[in-house]
Design a protein around this ligand. Structure first.
Ligand code: PMP
Length: 382
């Protein structure tokens, strides 16, 4: 019997990341498409995981996460952002940022509720909203600056708006929301019941002396915020899928209702290892300099190509315009870069739900210098 059902996500196919990484592997291209480091996390951190496994931390962790880890997270937030967060009632450890984003949307968005997205954005937001029957409402940003038009954005807020999703530093644009931008969001949402999903997974990947403006720093804004973080970005282990959500107690309570039936808890030995490892803040305090060096090294490696770099204030992504080189649609262009020139990139149109093609590609510079150098050389031929 052929089962009849209507897809909840009719427009979702194989993601562009799977497509481009697959193509890169097939032709042996340098893969700067998907966002992950090609180097390992700290050897000490790996050893800590091994030790915790050997020591027996192999069964379910507590539903909200290990308290020792949540205490370390609270201490870090206090030292970085100067705000007191209660580890017991305001922090939940998750199976990565993506799972936290899904839970935060599923916990609050009902069928017919509107959720405002700033596109181009991380590709999990829209399907998460659609899975639970919400309606994505898009404020579209444009190259080369991808600046928010506050007037346009504020007009999208209606009595049906349940949530606004922001991401700073933003994937794929590399732009950031500064203190004054966050203050505008704070003012814009006052008097409404709109929640804020503040995706801050790249909080430490911020350059040129810029300071990350966390939603946690604005007391009134925080009352409506669920802020999302990922250890994968901070400690070079995207495959460990561990992150956390910070939200006031009333919101955390609802978040955990979904989280506990979604995964129940995140993996235990990694949590125990992160709790130990976070005692030394030097690793994350050194990240801005570490990745700024990579960004600058990569820009140098690309300096003799015809690609035009856009300004990157944060994340480990660098955008390049190529409209003066070719008229090809960005997807076709990226495929050709992979097959003919041996470097895989992501077309930025794939981060727009309407496929807006501004002839911009995204390259990930979370790679060893030799690979970045080789990529630059290869792209000189374009
Ligand atoms: N948010 C953004 C903006 C991201 O780029 C990513 C990872 N690509 C995530 C969330 C997800 O993080 P995780 O890998 O921990 O699920």
């Amino acid at each position: 019997q052929k089962m009849r059902f209507e897809s909840k996500l009719p427009n979702v196919g194989t993601t562009i990341f799977t497509v481009m990484s697959g193509l890169a592997n097939q032709v042996g291209a340098i893969n700067l498409s998907q966002g992950f480091p090609n180097f390992n996390p700290s050897a000490r951190l790996q050893q800590l995981v091994t030790d915790h496994m050997a020591g027996g931390d192999n069964q379910y962790a507590p539903m909200p996460g290990l308290l020792s880890l949540r205490e370390m997270i609270a201490a870090k937030i206090d030292s970085l952002y100067g705000v007191g967060i209660n580890p017991d009632t305001e922090i939940t450890v998750t199976a990565g940022g993506t799972q936290a984003i899904f839970c935060c949307i599923a916990a609050f968005v009902r069928p017919g509720d509107e959720v405002i997205l700033l596109e181009p954005c991380y590709d999990s937001y829209r399907p998460s909203v659609e899975t639970v029957g919400g309606i994505p409402v898009v404020h579209q940003l444009s190259a080369p600056h991808y600046q928010v038009d506050w007037n346009v954005l504020s007009k999208l807020i209606t009595p049906r708006t349940r949530m606004l999703c922001i991401n700073t530093p933003q994937n794929p644009t590399g732009t950031i929301l500064r203190r004054e931008d966050m203050a505008k969001i704070d003012a814009m949402l006052r008097g409404t019941d709109v929640l804020l999903m503040s995706d801050e997974v790249y909080e430490h990947l911020i350059y040129d002396g810029e300071k990350h403006a966390s939603a946690l720093c604005f007391p009134e804004l925080y009352a409506r915020t669920l802020a999302i973080y990922s250890f994968g970005k901070t400690y070079h282990n995207t495959g460990w899928k561990t992150g956390y959500c910070v939200a006031p107690p009333e919101l955390t309570r609802e978040f955990r209702k979904v989280h506990q039936f979604n995964v129940f808890s995140a993996n235990h030995p990694m949590q125990a290892a992160f709790a130990d490892f976070m005692a030394d803040p030097s690793e994350y305090l050194g990240l801005p300099a570490f990745y700024q060096h990579k960004r600058d090294f990569f820009l140098q490696a690309m300096a003799h190509t015809r690609f035009k770099p856009l300004h990157c204030s944060g994340t480990y992504f660098q955008l390049f315009e190529y409209g003066h080189i070719s008229n090809e649609p960005d997807l076709a262009f990226c495929k050709r870069l992979t097959t003919e020139f041996g470097v895989a990139a992501i077309p930025v149109s794939s981060f727009f739900s309407d496929g807006k093609d501004e002839k911009v590609i995204r390259l990930c510079f979370a790679k060893t210098d030799d690979l970045l150098e080789r990529a630059g050389k290869a792209l000189e031929k374009v």
